[in-house]
Design a protein around this ligand. Structure first.
Ligand code: TRP
Length: 329
């Protein structure tokens, strides 16, 4: 692990950023920016692989992500922030990799069939959706990234990336290092209904939500269903509120609310008030930075411009070699 080692990760622009994304990914990205040469980007092409029929939200989501990247502490002077679709070299490499990518490898990626099952309302028997992990591979190896901070769900994609890099190196020349997943160990963040926080469940707390909206979402959040009256004893483990305390509150507060829940010493509203206070404490600086950026939208453009230009240079350098070894120059 060295400062020069390159780290790369991306987020799809298919929805607004929520606090699950914040603590599960973005805060980790922020921590990594002083340890490595970090490249972070918004994967707007990837959002088309499942959302091609509804492209109208992509632009808004891209802006929301970019704003939140900065608001959460990514610093354009310490990392490279860019937008995938502005670097056509990704698409060129994706095309060239498609020549050597065995169909069977792509069809075997578990998320391919799983997502098709999950998103039954969409036709995902498309070429682009099958190629999702290949586009992701191009995103990564075009920068010769060594580490890719991702959640456990992305590990099979990383495996494909390694296999494709290996195959390329074997067929032509040693060009690409095999990228490694930098696993982000993080407990699942529950949404307000107790299921995993996700934009598709409509249970998320967004960074762009107004404080009143968040307060209301948390106040009405599900608790231990067995604890109906204030005098009923509860089991904190069965309350998603407690699981959020585990992420956002101090150890003392966690012990206090757990004990209070078990003994009916504390009511659900008081327990939630502590949580609201702690979540607000984390979000307040982010809101302040967002407000600054909203009144100064030029900054976002400049950051994206500068980062994209820097990333494009690196990507183009790789492509000069790729074209050459594939007989194109
Ligand atoms: N597939 C990733 C996600 O859904 C986003 C992504 C696209 C990505 N390209 C990437 C992540 C390259 C890491 C590296 O979150």
């Amino acid at each position: 692990m060295a400062q020069e080692d390159r780290v790369l990760s991306g987020m799809q622009s298919s929805g607004r950023l929520h606090i699950g994304n914040l603590v599960g990914a973005l805060q980790n990205w922020v921590r990594l920016q002083d340890k490595y040469d970090c490249f972070y980007f918004i994967a707007d092409w990837h959002s088309l692989t499942t959302g091609y029929a509804n492209p109208s939200t992509i632009k808004e989501s891209t802006e929301d992500l970019l704003m939140n990247f900065l608001a959460a502490g990514l610093d354009p002077d310490r990392c490279t922030i860019f937008i995938q679709s502005r670097i056509l070299q990704h698409a060129e490499l994706h095309l060239l990799l498609s020549m050597i990518a065995p169909l069977g490898w792509l069809e075997r990626v578990p998320s391919y069939k799983e997502k098709q099952q999950e998103l039954k309302d969409r036709d995902l028997s498309t070429y682009g959706f099958l190629g999702y992990p290949l586009l992701q591979t191009a995103d990564i190896i075009i920068y010769k990234a060594k580490y890719v901070p991702v959640g456990i769900d992305q590990v099979p994609h990383l495996e494909i990336s390694r296999e494709i890099a290996r195959r390329f190196n074997f067929l032509y020349r040693e060009v690409f290092p095999e990228p490694e997943a930098l696993l982000t160990e993080f407990p699942k963040v529950p949404g307000v209904d107790g299921r995993k926080m996700s934009k598709s469940y409509d249970n998320a707390i967004y960074l762009s939500d107004a404080p009143e909206v968040i307060e209301n979402k948390l106040r009405t959040m599900m608790t231990d269903p067995a604890r109906k009256r204030r005098t009923d004893r509860g089991n904190p483990e069965l309350s998603p509120v407690f699981h959020l305390h585990n992420i956002f509150s101090s150890k003392e507060e966690q012990d206090e609310v757990a004990e209070g829940c078990r003994t009916a010493g504390i009511g659900c509203i008081d327990c939630k008030k502590i949580l609201i206070k702690n979540i607000f404490r984390i979000l307040e600086p982010i809101w302040a930075k967002r407000a600054e950026l909203i009144s100064n939208p030029r900054i976002l453009n400049e950051v994206a411009e500068k980062g994209t230009e820097k990333a494009r240079k690196v990507a183009e350098e790789t492509m000069v070699l790729v074209r050459e070894v594939m007989g194109l120059r």
